[in-house]
Structure formats: C-alpha cells, structure tokens
Ligand binder design. Structure first.
Ligand code: FES
Length: 161
C-alpha cells in the first residue's frame, strides 16, 4: 500500500503480536501504537494500512483513533503537556495551572508552539493521581501537585534541555 508501511522494527513487533492474538481485531490498538511510534502521529494512510493489516474496516480503525486520547491525528511538539482537567484536579487548581501554561507558551488547548517544542492539551480525563493533583503528563512522565509557579519552572527547564 502506498503512503505508509510498518518500519522493519514495527513489522517485527507486529509479527510477534500476531502470534499472541489469534483474534485479529485485538491487534488494532497495538498496530496503531506501532504506527504512531513510526510516524509520530496517525495519518490517514496509517489508518488504511492498519485496517488492511488487521482485517477490519478503515472506519473501525478511525473510530478507535478518535476515541482514545493517546492517539494523535496531527504532529505534536517535542514535549506534549497533557493536563488532567477532571473534577478533582480542577478543585485543586488545574484551571490556574492551565492559565499559566497557556500564558507562558502563548498557545491554547490543542495548539503547538511555532518552534515545534510544546503542544498543550487538556484532553485527558483522569491520570489516576487524584490525590496529587493538579496532575499532568509531559510525554510519558508524570508531574503532580502542580502550581502556576511550578509549571512555569518546568517549561523553562524543558526549554533548556
Ligand atoms: S482527577 Fe486529575 S488525576 Fe484524577
């Protein structure tokens, strides 16, 4: 298929997974993770490719991509700041943290800074760190008990990495 095919590493991993999951539709999430690792986000070509490899319709795959917040449909910055906006974090000040992030970076929800360094989203519902809110993921790394000051320092530290 033109446009996208698994990298050799992803292909090897997919073939290993195929042996573990005889029910092919169970491979959709895995295949999408592999495609996202390859591309950085899920392109329409990747949706078609995964559908073909797994043996389900592109509409099914597209539905999975749009349902799960961990799949991206456009390129993100080097650092993805994903703030929990569920009730407990809101009660502990997530709105002030969000304000500080948006002001510091000059972007809003779902946007990426012009230098491609940061993408901010508030799409995550709960990070299972409710006792330590406000909580946020920066890529795969947890940050808890955030305040506007702490998040500004965190952004400065990431800029200087
Ligand atoms: S409500 Fe934010 S981590 Fe659970």
């Amino acid at each position: 298929m033109a446009g996208y095919a698994f990298s050799p590493t992803a292909e090897k991993r997919f073939q290993e997974l195929e042996k573990k999951f005889p029910r092919r539709s169970s491979l959709v999430l895995w295949a999408l993770h592999l495609a996202q690792e390859d591309l950085g986000y899920i392109t329409p070509e990747a949706v078609d490719y995964v559908a073909e490899r797994v043996g389900v319709s592109p509409a099914w795959v597209k539905g999975v991509v749009s349902f799960y917040a961990m799949f991206r449909e456009k390129p993100y910055g080097k650092y993805h700041l994903n703030l929990c906006t569920n009730l407990i974090c809101q009660l502990m000040g997530a709105d002030k943290v969000e304000e500080a992030i948006c002001k510091k970076l000059g972007i809003g929800d779902g946007e990426t800074t012009p230098d491609g360094l940061f993408t901010f989203t508030r799409q995550v519902e709960c990070l299972a760190a409710c006792g330590y809110g406000p909580a946020m993921l920066v890529n795969e790394e947890f940050h808890e008990l955030l305040t506007p000051e702490k998040v500004e320092q965190l952004i400065d530290a990431l800029k200087n990495q």
